[in-house]
Structures are given as C-alpha cells and as structure tokens.
Design a protein around this ligand. Structure first.
Ligand code: ADP
Ligand code: MG
Length: 226
C-alpha cells in the first residue's frame, strides 16, 4: 500500500524582496513498512521536504496524497487532525519535556484525549523499545540513546502509518546510532510503519530499503539496497 505519493513538489520561500526555491519539483512515494532515507548536504531542502510530507508546511506547487487521500488543499484544522492521526515525528534533539517521566513524555500527544488506556499504551511502547525498566525516569536520568527511544515511543502513541525523523542519529555516538536505526528497522518490519529519516549520516544507508539523494532541492539518483 502506498502511504505517501508526492508529485512535483515546489517550495519557494519569500524573504524581503528575494525568493528562494528550496524544492524544485520533487516526486516521492513511500509504501507501508518501507524505511527510506533522504540524504543531501545542508541547505538541500531535506527539512523542507519532510515538513511538507508531515503536513507541517504546504508546498507552493505540486500535489500530496497520504494514505490514498489528496491532502494538497486541505484546510488547517483538517490537516492538523489528519497529521495527529497519521504521522509521528522524531527529531535530532529529542524535544522531551524535562520535568515529565518517560511514560508521561510518551503520553504528551494524547494529553487532551480522555483515554483511560493511554498510560498502559505508553508503558507498552516504552517496553517494546527496551525501556520497560525506565518508565519513571526523567530525561536527565536517561542516556542520549534512551532519550531517543522515548521520542520514538512517543512518535508511535497515536498508531501512525508514517514516522518522519529529522537527523535522528545526529546527536548520538555511532554505536547508539546503530541501536536507534535497528529500532526503526524493526518498527518498519514488524509494525508495517513507513519511516522516512532525513540524515547526513552514511550509517543510515546500511539499514534502509532505499536512499533518496536531494541536491539543491531536486532528487538525484535513487539507491536501492539489496
Ligand atoms: P536542509 O534541511 O537540507 O538543510 P532546508 O530545507 O532547511 O535544508 O533549507 C533549504 C533552503 O531553504 C535553505 O537555503 C534554507 O536557507 C531555506 N529555508 C528553509 N526554511 C526557510 C524559511 N522558513 N524561510 C526562508 N528560507 C528558508
Ligand atoms: Mg535540515
């Protein structure tokens, strides 16, 4: 099943009198259970593309379909609702709330839902990423890799079909980075979640199904992993 279908995405930023074209016509599609990396030098448009795929930004031109639904012209409220139901996010710097425990951090995206099963689900997700014995620890009591695992568990709390990660190993040492990439690989394989990781990190290529190279806002050659 195709979860993302993006066609000819263009993004222009207007600052002062200048117009900068961050994406110059990008096609991108993604299937359930695929783990794909987007690589490219700084400034090549990786974050811009990820934000558009994640409904955090809209393209200037082009079309975007998520789970078979054309979302290009969706209004703000519907976009927000759909984003929450469909997409999980993981970032380089984790963005955990320092005063909350691991479980509470995972529950954050559901804090305004009156869902009695929320805490049990958060505990289950943390257990699945190997943090069953760290449920009540605060972020400052966790290592970098453990913090990123909490962020991964949080990204899964709403049962997304897609997880988008921006430089997820960027703050981690190599060995910890590998553990996080193993985790993504397992989530894609076992839970059929589609994962896109934007990265500079060559290590990521050992774990993904394919790599999309962005250069100056356009897609270069795609590398398929055996
Ligand atoms: P990457 O994530 O690959 O480093 P970005 O998507 O962040 O690239 O940026 C692509 C280009 O668009 C860069 O030249 C950047 O300066 C520019 N850009 C990104 N966001 C904005 C914005 N909000 N306003 C103006 N220019 C932006
Ligand atoms: Mg970026």
């Amino acid at each position: 099943m195709t979860v993302i279908d993006a066609y000819d995405l263009v993004k222009r930023y207007r600052t002062g009198g200048e117009t900068l074209e961050a994406l110059g016509g990008v096609d991108f599609s993604l299937s359930a259970g695929e783990f794909v990396s987007i690589m490219g030098p700084s400034g090549s448009g990786k974050t811009t593309l990820l934000n558009i795929l994640g409904l955090l930004a809209t393209p200037t031109e082009g079309r975007l379909t998520l789970n078979g639904r054309d979302v290009t012209d969706l209004g703000d409220r519907k976009r927000t609702r759909l984003r929450k139901r469909t997409i999980g996010f993981v970032f380089q710097h984790f963005y955990l709330l320092p005063t909350l425990s691991a479980v509470e951090n995972v529950e954050v995206p559901r804090l305004f839902d009156r869902d009695p099963g929320r805490t049990a689900r958060a505990e289950d997700l943390l257990t699945r990423v190997g943090l069953g014995d760290r449920l009540d620890h605060r972020p400052d009591e966790l290592s970098g890799g453990q913090k990123q695992r909490v962020a991964i568990a949080r990204s899964l709390i709403n049962d997304p079909t897609i997880v988008l990660a921006d430089e997820p190993t960027g703050s981690l040492d190599r060995e910890t980075g590998r553990q996080i990439l193993d985790e993504f690989r397992r989530i894609a394989d076992e839970q059929d979640v589609a994962i896109v990781a934007v990265t500079h990190d060559e290590l990521v290529n050992e774990y993904v199904d394919r790599t999309v190279n962005l250069v100056d806002g356009t897609v270069g050659k795609e590398v398929l992993n055996a």
